[in-house]
Design a protein around this ligand. Structure first.
Ligand code: SAH
Ligand code: SF4
Length: 371
């Protein structure tokens, strides 16, 4: 197997290597597979970022590793805590780019919202990341590095369970447009020697990149959320332009097929509530007809504003009415609570500023991940 170049500088970055990749890397050095497993565990289980800490490795190996490899997580810039328990970290991913990672505590779980790209090319009209345009894909190390940092900060509960129990790929970017790096990062999240998350506890959210959703079914079927946002093609063509390429009938058929392999027997449809655009009772009825007998739940997201956006958030009355129509038809519907308002950690509001070490202010593009 080719050794991937998750490199920072010349040396491969072990943080972004899956266990099979790391095993191949160690084999090339003439080291046994169990050595790779030990290092993998040190990095992801114990949060090590240097080889000296790995006390059960032979001294000679500990000395050799820094010459051929590195463990390079993104640099932590700032950390903030909200009154409601939401936490947010700004990570520097170089060349003036930052990503925000948000932790959302709930009664029975702790969810981390992870980004997959800096910016996004898909240009959904209500999304600040989309308006920002596409900058670059995150590497597998930068994606899994978000979980690595959050685990370092949050630690474990008194029973020894990690506080971060769930991951949602709902931060900045379209995960299925960065397929290889996202699936490698999810492999590490799912690996028992990594973070040991079950496939039910990792959710990928997509706006509907149909060919890669088909590939995901074969490669790494995790729980699925799909950003629907409209009950018909003409409206979805405008709100989620990738619909022009992969229209609703094709998307829904692909989701139905995906569910055969998924760890949950339903898909979650995300539906952003835009005043006067997609939030009438008529739209809700249309939605019911559209999904038919496809096993699904709905998550209604009150739209979060950003400067110069041509939308308004739906009124509470409109959200309530929409919810009721779906519920009366037998669907489970949740309305996403806006969390972490006081630290700007709410869903879909992007771009901010940090001050660099030389005290010059530079604009950093950041993801305010989903709540
Ligand atoms: N690209 C993926 C995942 C990232 S976006 C996707 O589109 O699914 C995560 C969720 O936040 C999506 O459902 C997206 O539609 C929603 N979102 C984007 N901008 C928003 C905003 N301003 N207010 C509320 N939700 C938003
Ligand atoms: Fe990209 Fe998702 Fe935003 Fe659309 S909603 S522009 S796919 S991040």
């Amino acid at each position: 197997m080719a050794v991937p170049q998750h490199a920072k500088g010349d040396k491969p970055n072990l943080l972004g290597m899956t266990l099979p990749e790391m095993t191949a890397f160690f084999a090339e050095m003439g080291e046994k597979p169990f050595r790779a497993k030990q290092v993998f565990r040190w990095i992801h289980h114990f949060g090590a970022d240097n080889f000296e800490a790995m006390t059960d490795l032979a001294k000679s190996l500990r000395e050799k590793l820094p010459q051929v490899a590195t463990i390079a997580p993104p640099t932590l810039m700032t950390e903030q805590a909200s009154k409601d328990g939401t936490r947010k970290w700004l990570l520097d991913v170089g060349t003036g780019n930052g990503i925000e990672v948000v932790f959302i505590p709930e009664d029975d779980r702790g969810t981390l919202c992870v980004s997959s790209q800096v910016g996004c090319a898909l240009d959904c009209t209500f999304c600040s990341t989309g308006k920002q345009g596409f900058n670059r894909n995150l590497t597998a190390a930068e994606i899994v590095g978000q979980l690595w940092w959050a685990n370092k900060a949050m630690g474990r509960d008194p029973k020894g369970e990690r506080i971060v129990s769930n991951v949602v790929m709902m931060g900045m970017g379209e995960p299925l447009a960065n397929f290889d790096n996202v699936t490698a990062a999810m492999d590490i999240m799912l690996d028992d020697h990594g973070y040991g998350l079950s496939r039910r506890r990792v959710t990928l959210s997509t706006s509907g990149v149909v060919p890669n959703l088909k590939r995901l079914k074969e490669r790494c079927p995790v729980a699925l959320a799909v950003s629907l946002h409209a009950p018909n093609d003409p409206l979805r063509d405008v709100l989620v332009p990738i619909n022009q390429k992969y229209p609703l009938a094709e998307l829904l058929a692909t989701i139905r097929d995906y569910l055969e392999a998924a760890p949950r027997d339903f898909v979650t449809f995300e539906y952003v509530m835009l005043d006067g655009v997609n939030d009438s009772a008529q739209h809700a009825h249309e939605l019911i007809a559209l999904v038919g007998d496809l096993p699904c739940k709905f998550n209604l997201i009150p739209w979060n504003p950003f400067p110069d956006a041509p939308y308004k958030r739906s009124s509470n009355n409109a959200i309530h009415r929409f919810r009721e129509v779906l519920q009366n038809a037998g669907f489970v519907v949740t309305v996403r609570k806006t969390r972490g308002d006081d630290i700007d950690a709410a869903c879909g509001q992007l771009a901010g500023q940090v001050v660099d070490k030389s005290s010059r202010t530079k604009t950093i593009h950041i993801s305010r991940a989903a709540a």
